[in-house]
Design a protein around this ligand. Structure first.
Ligand SMILES: [Zn+2]
Length: 197
């Protein structure tokens, strides 16, 4: 079926979103064209504002609107325990459990020498600063259970001061360890069953 070029463009852009196939994209496009106009405009506006205003937190790399993200400035969090993740969406997996009270560090990727991703391409220099002796009691390496996740964890482990406990998540997450697709009970069990690295 031939849609008008603008409908086609809308379907095409929506189908580029992760997990959205062409049929879902068509359904979303029809919805956006038929829902109250305010609702569609609001969606466009919040996407634009988020892209304009969100930047990496200067301390942990999480999404932030100010220099530091809400988690880093929260005095109720335990700033002595640091959970290291690959990407900001992994934070959501731990926050959904409602049980983790420490803070985070987002690497922004994993080491992958074959793809030319070395330590300088990741948010590792800031992590080194945060790990000054006497500041962090425990660092939890929550990189995925994959070749790249493992070698990244091994690299990070070497830069942790001797007085800091280093742990890794218990196995039991799905293959590839995709935190963002794991239910919160699985994530919580992986955290609570963490093992010395
Ligand atoms: Zn932060």
């Amino acid at each position: 079926m031939d849609w008008s070029p603008r409908v086609e463009a809308l379907v095409r852009e929506l189908s580029r979103l992760p997990g959205v196939g062409r049929r879902s994209a068509q359904r979303l496009a029809h919805h956006l064209l038929r829902c109250p106009e305010d609702q569609a405009r609001l969606l466009a506006k919040v996407i634009e504002e988020a892209r304009d205003r969100i930047r990496p937190c200067a301390r942990c790399g999480n999404y932030a609107e100010e220099e530091l993200c809400p988690l880093c400035v929260d005095p109720r969090r335990d700033h002595g325990i640091l959970l290291v993740v690959e990407k900001p969406s992994d934070i959501a997996a731990f926050e959904t459990t409602g049980k983790y009270r420490g803070v985070y560090h987002v690497l922004g990727g994993l080491l992958s020498p074959l793809d030319g991703v070395g330590p300088d391409r990741l948010n590792i220099a800031t992590l080194r600063e945060r790990l000054a002796p006497g500041t962090i009691r425990e660092i939890v390496l929550a990189t995925p259970a994959s070749t790249e996740g493992d070698s990244t964890a091994m690299y990070l482990q070497r830069m942790v001061p001797a007085d800091t406990r280093v742990t890794r998540l218990a196995r039991g997450l799905p293959a590839g360890g995709e935190l963002e697709y794991s239910d919160s009970l699985t994530v919580l069990q992986a955290f609570e069953g963490r093992i010395p690295a």
